[in-house]
Write a protein that binds this ligand. Structure first.
Ligand code: NAP
Length: 318
């Protein structure tokens, strides 16, 4: 697969979101299945794997997902980039000591001596400047190669980047969540920062497989509150899904692949991390890198999209 840069870190132009093997989309697969799915993705050319310390069933407990990612990738550690994330919490002394404590626990679970991109999962707990300073020290210590922020606006990105240059910003971004286009992505492009869209398929909506009749799971399934996935908003967003289906038919691709190819065409610094707990769909999503939109196709898709109203908005608030 072709590669792109998150700061100085070279990765495949599509990465893999590993969260659903532990949290967020209902029933989790057996561990052996998840490990094999991650290994298959790596063999298929994926070199960026995204996890977080909090990804565990029901968000109770710590590290379920990091342990799976660690087991899956330990044999190919030098060939891949692992990104993980910390929540700082409140009521501690030195920010550096606290961040390092979280990092050391993650390193153990991931069975590695370094993390490629270490994200602050959400701001809060300490000023972003203090966190940036701590991350700079951890880079000097050789424990992380780069650092990032998640769900932030351009002002926070600017403040953090002026203390320790960022490798990546990970925000929600898809055809139906476009806030980052206004400030964050342009700033990242100008400043050699990678932009990593999470939920790039809008939690499944843009695959065209979700209908107003789809029942989500009752336990640990974010789709019950993702704004675009209420019954009413699924119906409202149908024109966007129909547009994707048209392009998919023309390009011999799938709607999910078109939605990923669209963002790859739009910005050179974007590296989406679609998430799936299904081996076939993981490969389908990685193969979106093979779907090339011409400039004319992209322009007409953009134009059609601009005429569709989006129903539901999450933004950076959650
Ligand atoms: N920084 C943050 O705060 C944050 C927040 C959320 C997520 N993330 C990261 O971003 C990654 C991706 O986010 P996400 O999982 O929410 O986003 P997503 O890829 O937009 O949505 C995942 C959902 O879409 C379905 N899906 C994916 N590909 C499909 C395809 N080709 N055809 C049909 N259905 C498909 C999946 O179902 P199946 O599993 O059944 O295929 C799953 O229900 C996560 O794994 C995590 O690493 C970060």
């Amino acid at each position: 697969m072709k590669t792109r840069f998150l700061g100085e870190i070279e990765v495949s132009e599509i990465g893999m979101g590993c969260m659903a093997f532990s949290h967020g989309y209902g029933q989790i697969p057996a561990e052996e299945y998840s490990i094999e799915a991650i290994r298959n993705a790596q063999k298929h050319g994926c070199t960026l794997f995204d996890t977080a310390e909090v990804y565990s069933p029901g968000l109770s407990g710590i590290g379920h997902n990091e342990r799976i990612v660690g087991k899956a990738l330990r044999g190919v550690r030098d060939e891949v980039a692992i990104a993980t994330k910390l929540f700082l919490g409140y009521g501690f002394g030195s920010v550096y000591d606290k961040v390092r404590e979280h990092l050391e626990d993650s390193l153990e679970r991931l069975q590695t001596d370094w993390v490629d991109i270490y994200y602050l999962h959400r701001t809060g707990g300490a000023s972003v400047e203090k966190v940036a300073e701590a991350m700079g020290r951890l880079i000097d210590d050789g424990l992380i190669r780069g650092w990032g922020l998640s769900q932030v606006d351009v002002d926070v990105v600017r403040r953090a980047h002026s203390v320790t240059p960022l490798s990546a910003v990970q925000n929600i971004y898809s055809m139906v969540e476009r806030d980052s286009e206004r400030g964050v992505i342009p700033y990242c492009m100008e400043n050699h920062i990678g932009f990593v869209p999470f939920s790039p398929i809008a939690s499944g909506l843009l695959s065209g497989k979700i209908t107003t009749e789809t029942k989500f799971e009752s336990y640990d399934d974010v789709r019950n509150w993702v704004p675009q996935l209420s019954k009413q908003n699924i119906a409202g967003n149908q024109p966007i899904v129909d547009l994707l289906k048209d392009y998919a038919a023309k390009k011999n691709a799938t709607p999910a692949q078109i939605s990923l190819a669209w963002m790859l065409h739009k910005y050179p610094n974007v590296v989406p991390i679609p998430g799936s707990k299904n081996k076939e769909r993981i490969i389908e999503n990685l193969d979106a890198a093979k779907v090339e939109l011409t400039d004319a196709e992209f322009a007409s898709l953009e134009e059609s999209l601009s005429r569709c109203k989006v129903y539901g908005h999450r933004g950076f608030s959650r």
